[in-house]
Each structure stands twice: as C-alpha cells, then as structure tokens.
Design a binder for this molecule. Structure first.
Ligand SMILES: NC(=O)C1=CN([C@@H]2O[C@H](COP(=O)(O)OP(=O)(O)OC[C@H]3O[C@@H](n4cnc5c(N)ncnc54)[C@H](OP(=O)(O)O)[C@@H]3O)[C@@H](O)[C@H]2O)C=CC1
Ligand SMILES: CC(=O)C(=O)O
Ligand SMILES: [Mg+2]
Length: 760
C-alpha cells in the first residue's frame, strides 16, 4: 500500500497542474508596448548587430552564459537501463530543476532520438552558440566515453558527463571521509566496484588519481570479475582488469574494505557483505534502488559506513551534490572545459564541508537536531546552502589557476556573496549585522530557556560570539533539555526565578512603585514576578542583562505586556511598533507596523514612520518610506486614504528630513518605473521605496505573511521598535535561525542605544 501510495504521489506530482516540472520565465519587463519593442523587433536588432561584430558579446546580451543543456538519449536512465529518450525526460527535467534551485542556472533539457555516436556528437556540437555548458546525462557506456571525449575536444565550453564525473567527485569526497572515520587509508584499501559502466569506470579513475592503487580495485560486471584473461575484453574495462584469483563478486568481496555499487538494484547479498573486512565501507549507489537496501546492510554489519544515492537515508552519495556548483563555478569564469584540477578542487571542498558545523536550516530540513561528522554524515546534505559558495568558488579558482578560465575573479568575497545571493535570501545584511554584534557582544536573557530551540539558539550565539546568554527558567528542566539534546552550554548562567526570592522581592517592589496607581498591588506584583517575562524585563531594567528575548511559546500580546509595564516606551517617541525585515530577491524591504498598533490614527502613523525611519538606518540602509493605502495621491476618498494622506502631509511639513511619500498602492511603492510614469512628481521616483508603512495591523500582517509564503522572502523579525530598553518578542514557534537572527538584532540594538546615550 505504501509503495502504491508513493507511486501515485510521484505520478500526481508530475501530472497535476502544468505537466512536467519546469517552465521558461522572462527576465525583463514585458508589460508595456515599449518593453515589447525592446524585447523583440525592432529593438532586438541592436544586440544582434553587436554580437555579429563580436561573437563574445553573446555573453553580454543573451542568456548563454547562464544556460546549460542537459542532454541524453535515454540509454542508461538512472539504473532503469535503456528506456529511451522520452522516458528519460522526467529525469532531465528534474536535473533542470536542481540546477535552478541549487545554483540559479537555467536549463534546456534535450532528449535526442539517436544512439549513433556521430549523429549525437554533431547535434550537440551544433548547439554551442546557445549554451554556456553541456551536461551529458544517462548515456550508456561505452558510447558515453567516446561522445564526451569528442565533444570536449571539439567544443569550447565546459562539457561534462555527469554520471561519470559528478558521481566520481561526490563519491570520492565521501570515500575520503569514510576512510578517515573507519581508520583506513586510500593507498591500501581493497575496493570492489560492481558495475563497469560510465559511472564505475570514472569513479575508479578518480580514486586512483587521489591515491588508491589500481591493483587493489576489482571491477565486476554482469559476467563477473573483469579479468585480463577474459575473451574479447572491452578496451575500457581492460583498464581495470585483474590477474588476481577472483572470478565472482562473492569471491572478490571476501576481506574487501570498500564496495562501490554503480550497477543495478539488489545485486549485493547480505552473505557477501558479511565476508568483508572489519569496518567496511559500502556505497550502494544504483538508483532508484541500491545494490543492497540500507536496512539490510546496516542490520547485517554494525561496523559499516553505508551510503546510497537516495535522499531518504543518511549519506546520500548522489551527483546532485556536485553538478549545479561545478557548472556554476566553471561558467562564472567562462572556463573552456572542466579539467582534473577543477574536479579535485570540488572533491576537497565537499569533503571539508562535512567536517564543519551544520547550519540550522539543514537540520530543520531533515528534522534532526544533531547532525555532525560521523558514520551517518560523511558528506554534506544536498540542501546545504553553503555548497554553492564553497564548491563553486573552489572550482572557479582551480579553473583560473589551471589556465582554462577566460574571465578572472579578483574579489573573492564579493563573488561568494553573489553566489549566496543567487539562492534567494539576501544574507548579506544579516552577515553584516552578525559581524557587528560579534564586535561587542551583549548579555541576552532568554525567558523560555527550558525550550530546546531557545537552548540551541543560545548555544549558537555563544559559540559564534554574538551574545552572552543568560538562561531563565526551571533549572532542572533546562539541564534535562540540554542533556537530552547533547547541548554544550558550559559556563552559561542559569537563573531560576523561583530560587531567587531576594530578586523577586526587589523587582516586585519596583513594579509596584511604577504601577500602584494603575491597579497593581504589591501582592500582585510579587505574583507577577514569578512569570519569567516580568522577571526578565526587570533584569534588563535593573541592568542585570542587556536585552530580553521571549515569546516562543506565548502569544505576542502577553509577552509584550510585561515589557511595556516594566520598561515602557522610549519617552522621546512614546510609541511602540513592530517591524519585519523581508529579505527579497530585490533586496531587503522593511514592513511596519506589523505587530502592535491595530488601527493607528494619522498622528500615530507619523510616529510609526519616524520609528521605522530611525530603525532602518541602523541597518545601514537609507530609508525610503511609502505610506500605503488602496489609493494613489488622492485618487480615492475614505478613512484609510484620508488618514494615510494626512500622515504624509504631517511628515512632509514637520519632518522634511524623512524621505517619504504616499498615500500610494503597494505596487507603485516598489516599482518606481511605474511610479515615474504615472506620478512623476513623487519623491520616490528615483528609486523604489524600501520601507513600507501599512495603514493598519491587518494589512501589514497579511502582507508580510503572504510575501513570506508566496514570494520566497525570508522574514526577519518582528523587530520591536520604541521600547526604552531592548526587548524582542519572537513569533510563536520561531525556528532556531529566526531566534539567532533576533538575538543578533537585539545585540545591535543594545549597541546602538549605548552609543546614542554616550553621544547625548
Ligand atoms: N548515485 C549517483 O549519483 C549515481 C548513480 N548511478 C547509478 O549507477 C548505475 C550505473 O549507471 P551508469 O554507469 O550510468 O550506467 P551504464 O549503463 O553505463 O553502466 C551500467 C553498468 O552496470 C553493470 N551492471 C548491471 N547490472 C549488473 C549486475 N547485476 N551486476 C554487476 N554489474 C551490473 C553493467 O554491466 P555490463 O557492462 O556487463 O552490461 C554496466 O557495466 C545506475 O544504477 C545509476 O543509477 C549513476 C550515476 C550517478
Ligand atoms: C543520479 C544519477 O545521475 C543516476 O542515477 O543516473
Ligand atoms: Mg544519471
């Protein structure tokens, strides 16, 4: 039943909606007659003429430099065999999808109806003007070798048969790490390679160039061990033929250290696995089903390191980890080829990354708390966002150093930033904040420290030097959670309010003195201090901590109230509001108020705008505010157009230093070409607004949530503005990454407030 369900899910996934998995999306505006005359005739003639004068300009005026052809004839589709070009198309579309999401490379998949080598080569060669790179895929051995050899020789753009080299690179990285973990050395291990096709031969070649001994490799095909005395031996297989006294896979497996499966499902038995040497390494990489199942292999040998090509088990050794980034790096320096140096650079980058701390986004994606270098994690996960920067830059650098690059990169930091921006979330601003926080870390008290995500975030900010965490909560519960999740928070102070009667008394007295005429008795104040949000806010108020982070487990309002009562608003503006920083493909855009003021008046919108203006500057961004409505500059009457128009009028009159305009609709705010065309008098015609002031809470809240879900924008916040001391309230259920971001912002907030105090 489960298997049938999975089959149905896979078929539905491909057939529902627009059939298939990819589409072509224009990259230039197409919404006016002017755009169309530029995109096509007559405007298009201009770039045509430039390219006619200088062919290299094709990279300047067309998509060539970012376009890869994934080309197959369907003769060796995954481990499904020769199922033909049409049947292979879902795999090729799938590769297109992976190129795009992992490396922002566009792909045309081309399925060729030919098994003739000459015809195949001639077709692909003729495609050179269109593409920046050629990824050959799922073409069977031995033809694939000849096809790739000739195309590499005859074409001037990178050509790579991914089943050969992609697989070789990833499995070599995994093998290096597995050997390290199993205490084996590449120079002495005995390797059995099951399969003698495209992938198997190329993997074996790369292992040898990394140090494995050819004589220690036994290769097996459908007819058994490839022996030098075999009649009519294929010349490619002859490269790995042996004279040793092995004839069958079973014989070869006795005392072998490593099994490399690049053949077909279920071709390795548990019995054969039992005969391997101690601490064996098994990479059963046939797709979709491995040579031996993960369960059977790990039940049979407890001392094994086991990997498959599948995403649903630990250690996915699959070429997806390489091809997007290898092509990205190669094409970014306009490499003429992908050579050994570039491949080895990729191996090292991938192997090294597995030893570094795993980002939270990856843990979340796999719903695991503790992924670290070891038997179940020998290579990075394909969703690891660091792959693009690490692998592509290593490949680009190797291309330059080995003399095959036609473009150079001089500013590697800028290149790496550009790479990570390609994945959507513009992390640059977060990185900048993070390094600012680290320059002068502050004490941050966590009110919900018995929660795993808070503790994990506390561990990260401590390790990264962003903040000194103070953990507030039940001591036993905190220690238990730490132990359960193997969290290292040694030396971090834990404060259990219920153990600290002296502080409770002192804080209660303070709250009582502040709120006695607003309905709080001393008795109530004492009771309230048992609530960690009151206690934490008091710690900040008394200078025993610099900032408070709370709200993971409680609704926004009840977390905010204690902060308002204990600390209160900054008297200079006397208004509190919430802001989100939305990291969009177009850069960061700030939204406010998204959390506090339900239905602000025109005057209150002015205060909110001033708060936003001040806060956005802290991010080193020059704020450009648009006050939003459903009308444009008086085009509609009504409560919202009226109050937003009035707010802009007051701002223009009393705060000319603020760049603000409105009232306007959201699309005009972010598309300044449209704004210029229709409202050329606006103060925002030079560049679009980056700070959006919403007329009420529901519009702000709905807008950021929709953008987060539909627009693939990362939301950082809510950043609480206007309190006299830094308190930041998390959204219920925030992720560890979101908590770390908030702590970073809280630390910068403290730094700003302290600087402001010294300057005044
Ligand atoms: N995880 C990954 O990233 C990747 C996995 N693969 C997997 O590797 C496998 C081979 O792909 P590829 O090299 O492109 O295909 P090829 O068609 O080029 O090669 C297949 C090879 O497997 C051999 N073979 C088939 N069945 C058996 C068996 N029962 N015992 C021993 N050898 C067998 C064939 O032997 P013979 O020569 O006698 O016909 C042939 O040498 C596929 O399952 C594919 O999914 C491939 C690339 C990447
Ligand atoms: C992953 C891959 O390319 C294959 O199995 O053929
Ligand atoms: Mg393949």
């Amino acid at each position: 039943m489960d298997k049938l369900n999975k089959q149905k899910d896979a078929l539905d996934y491909h057939s529902q909606g627009r059939p298939g998995k990819i589409q072509v999306v224009p990259t230039k505006p197409t919404n006016s007659q002017r755009d169309l005359t530029l995109a096509y005739s007559p405007g298009v003639a201009e770039p045509c003429l430039k390219i006619a004068e200088n062919t290299e300009d094709v990279y300047k005026y067309t998509a060539k430099g970012n376009l890869v052809a994934v080309i197959s004839n369907g003769t060796a589709v995954l481990g499904l065999g020769n199922i033909g070009p049409e049947a292979g198309k879902p795999v090729m579309e799938g590769k297109g999808l992976l190129f795009k999401i992992f490396a922002d490379i566009d792909v045309f998949d081309l399925e060729l109806n030919t098994t003739d080598i000459d015809q195949f080569v001639n077709i692909v060669k003729a495609l050179e003007p269109t593409f920046g790179g050629i990824n050959l895929e799922d073409i069977k051995a031995p033809e694939c070798f000849e096809i790739e050899r000739r195309l590499k020789e005859e074409m001037n753009i990178p050509v790579m048969h991914d089943d050969q080299h992609g697989t070789a690179i990833i499995s070599a990285a995994a093998l290096l790490n597995a050997c390290e973990l199993q205490n084996k050395s590449l120079e002495t291990i005995r390797i059995v390679v099951n399969g003698a096709g495209a992938a198997a031969i190329s993997c074996s070649r790369l292992y040898v160039s990394l140090g494995a001994k050819k004589e220690n490799i036994i290769m097996v095909d459908r007819s058994g061990v490839i022996r030098s005395d075999r009649e009519k031996i294929d010349p490619l297989k002859a490269e790995f033929a042996t004279d040793k006294d092995f004839h069958t896979l079973e014989e070869a497996m006795v005392e072998a250290d490593v099994f490399i499966g690049l053949s077909a499902a279920d071709s390795l038995s548990a019995e054969a696995l039992l005969t391997m040497a101690e601490n064996p390494i098994v990479f059963a990489m046939a797709n979709p089903n491995p040579e031996i199942s993960y369960e059977l292999a790990t039940e049979t040998r407890k001392d094994i390191i086991m990997a498959t090509g599948r995403s649903d088990y630990p250690n996915q050794v699959n070429n997806v980890l390489g091809f997007p980034y290898i092509f990205r790096g190669a094409m970014d320096v306009r490499a003429t080829t992908i050579n050994e140096e570039m491949k080895i650079a990729a191996v090292k980058a991938i192997a090294d990354m597995a030893k570094k701390q795993v980002p939270e986004a990856v843990m979340l994606a796999y719903n695991l708390h503790n992924i670290r270098f070891g038997k179940d994690y020998i290579i990075p996960k394909p969703t690891d966002p660091r792959l693009i920067t690490a692998v592509s830059s290593a490949v680009a650098q190797a291309a330059i150093e080995s003399g095959v690059a036609r473009a150079v990169i001089t500013d590697w930091d800028a290149y790496k930033e550009e790479l990570s921006r390609r994945l959507g979330g513009d992390d640059a601003i977060l990185r900048a904040l993070s390094s600012r926080a680290k320059s002068d870390p502050k004490r941050v008290v966590f009110a919900e420290a018995d929660h795993y995500r808070i503790l994990k975030a506390a561990q990260i900010v401590k390790e990264e030097g962003i903040a000194t965490p103070i953990l507030l909560g039940n001591r036993d519960a905190i220690l238990k959670t730490m132990k359960e999740h193997d969290l290292d928070l040694n030396g971090v102070s834990i404060i259990d309010p219920l153990e600290d009667d002296a502080r409770i008394q002192e804080y209660a007295q303070y709250l009582y003195s502040k709120r006695q005429r607003r309905g709080i008795s001393l008795f109530q104040a004492r009771k309230l201090m048992r609530d960690r949000n009151y206690f934490g806010a008091c710690m900040v108020e008394f200078g025993e901590a610099d900032a408070l982070i709370s709200g993971l487990t409680k609704d926004y309002g009840s977390t905010l109230k204690p902060a308002l009562q204990v600390i209160g608003a900054d008297p200079k503006i006397n208004r509190v509001a919430g802001m989100y920083m939305m990291l969009t493909k177009k850069g960061p855009i700030f939204f406010g108020d998204t959390t506090v003021n339900k239905d602000p008046t025109a005057e209150e919108l002015v205060s909110i705008s001033l708060l936003l203006d001040k806060s956005v500057r802290k991010f080193n961004v020059n704020p450009r505010l648009a006050v939003l409505s459903y009308s444009n500059f008086g085009s509609n009457e009504g409560e919202i157009p009226g109050k937003t128009r009035e707010a802009v009028r007051i701002l223009h009159e009393n705060h000319p230093e603020v760049t603000v305009d409105g009232e306007m609709q959201g699309n005009f705010a972010v598309n300044n070409a449209m704004l210029r065309e229709n409202f050329p008098f606006s103060k925002l015609v030079d560049s679009p607004a980056n700070t959006l002031v919403f007329p009420n809470l529901e519009s702000g809240n709905i807008a950021y949530k929709l953008l987060q879900e539909l627009g693939e924008a990362e939301a950082v916040g809510p950043i609480l503005l206007g309190l006299n001391k830094p308190v930041h309230v998390l959204q219920m259920g925030s992720s560890v990454r979101e908590i770390v971001n908030m702590v970073t912002i809280a630390v910068v907030d403290v730094q700003e407030k302290q600087e402001e105090a010294t300057n005044n």
